[in-house]
Design a protein around this ligand. Sequence first.
Ligand code: ADP
Ligand code: MG
Length: 237
Amino acid sequence: EQDVAEYKKSLAIRVSGFDVPRPIKTFNDCGFSTQLMHAISKQGYEKPTSIQCQALPIVLSGRDIIGIAKTGSGKTASFVLPMIVHIMDQPELQKEEGPIGVICAPTRELAHQIYLETKKFAKSHGIRVSAVYGGMSKLDQFKELKAGCEIVIATPGRLIDMLKMKALTMLRATYLVLDEADRMFDLGFEPQIRSIVGQIRPDRQTLLFSATMPRKVEKLAREILTDPVRVTVGEVG
Ligand code: ADP
Ligand code: MG
């Protein structure tokens, strides 16, 4: 226990919540498949960043998480890697039933960045990834979603448009990520986020990442997360 406390201190991490899984030290500690380990090293990731050390075992255990860390800390891999494991754990991949993993991000640039990173890890597993955001043809996105995917990465407004057009359903969605939640609120996406969350089954796993935790984001987190573990990295939060 002393060692764990020391190790957490060395990661500059604060954690709150009950029964928090111990932080890991290497990607080997995560029990990832050979393909996933290969994709990780192909990315040039030698060891997990601070937030990854604490967030990966929490998310892999199926717990909800609030991750508070500034830009550049490696948050993307901490939700993408467990999402791949979550999807591969599903009984079978059926076509045209909608995504299992849903990621919301504030801007098209961020959605696209997450898309590129996710593709790198999803490819070797035959997992289909779609990105939907403003500025692209709605018809093209509609067709792509209709063809089926296991992961959708979206800006909240465009995802609502696609849901209204019945390009996809959330019937199969069990893993929801809200990335850069504070920025999504700044951009006025709170109603869209609430609508999306309301369409996903309540026994989902929910992950919320944010650089800051303004009161409105805190309130949403209290409402939509179940017994979350809160992980704060560095001076933020
Ligand atoms: P954040 O979402 O916290 O701003 P990102 O997930 O975008 O951070 O990661 C920031 C950068 O660090 C990216 O270029 C990413 O590829 C890289 N990165 C992430 N995890 C690792 C790691 N374990 N080792 C080396 N580089 C990493
Ligand atoms: Mg990010």
